[in-house]
Design a protein around this ligand. Sequence first.
Ligand SMILES: Cc1ncc(COP(=O)(O)O)c(C=O)c1O
Length: 370
Amino acid sequence: MPNESIHPVQESILPEPAPALAHVTRVREAGTETLPFIGLDRNERVSPFPGWFMEKLRAALTSETLNRYPLRDRLHRLLSESLRLPEENILLTPGSDGALKYLFQAYVRPLDQIMMLDPSYAMYPVYARMHQAEAVLIPYEPDRSLDGEATLKRIQPGVRLVLLANPNQPVGTLMDESLLRAVLERAREIRALVAADEAYYPFSGFTAVPWIEAYPHLLVIRTFSKAAGLAGLRMGYAAGHPEVLGNLFKVHAANDINSFGILCASLVLEHPDVIEEYVREVRAGGELLSEKARMLGLEPLPCAANFLLIRVTNRCSPERLIEQLKQRNYLVKGPFSAPCLQGCIRITLGPPEMMARFAEVLAEAVTAAV
Ligand SMILES: Cc1ncc(COP(=O)(O)O)c(C=O)c1O
């Protein structure tokens, strides 16, 4: 009886959880049922690491990786060199999601306003609810642009935190640099923090890291899950003012990042060509898939990340297409309710050969979905 609950619903004798949790709903992460599919739905690295890298990793793995508590110093030093920031400006976290959770725990109080783009990373509003804060949503125009003036007007006293995924996900666009600066200036006036969530750096080619010195209220949050390809290891970091990081450090779970993650992330930083080569492949894959999509009468929307949005409504409904792709073993993301993503599906990009195979299946699936 593996699927039957051993706790049938009955009047609870258990204590109530924290009141804020009454408003929080979470769904379990996708599990082994996704294994038969080619998952182009979660923006992971979708091709294997080079053989020489895996060899180096095997050679570096020792018993101590397993039996000792994690030591962060080497990775910290490597990150400091690669970001050109003193070590005190960096905090390692369990994924970028871990950094976000710590940020809420350290800074957000009930009734604070948390500004975020809409749509954006799904956990922002969940963390806001968890902390009894109010999510203030900044909607996109139908063409995926932002109304800069309206955005700035919403940064009013009461706003504690401005969360900007840059590039944003699932929208795929980078914020205009001058608007980002204006947001930072305005946020400083009202003593709010700004978190630039750069999960998709370096696919995007833009980073606010060099601005950290000028803007102590700016926190840049990064992950090893995307371009570095380590989604399974839960490695990320925040870069910013030591005082802000000190407060995040206060709430961190002891030994929250693990030795194997530290080893792999260090190895990636010591061999930046692994990331650079993957970024090149993804860009080439994106160009190829965009071209093929146009040939099918679909509308690819350029994205500054490792995914491509394709508007499909010229030919078919996104729901039917997603189902047809699933029947052919491919998982893609969508449909989306936001007006700026109407009629779109989102595909995680990979190397050109992989995208060429996907494009063939896409052509079949479009015909079947019409
Ligand atoms: C914008 C953005 N931020 C943060 C994350 C979380 O990434 P991770 O926790 O794997 O570092 C994601 C994951 O998809 C994302 O898209």
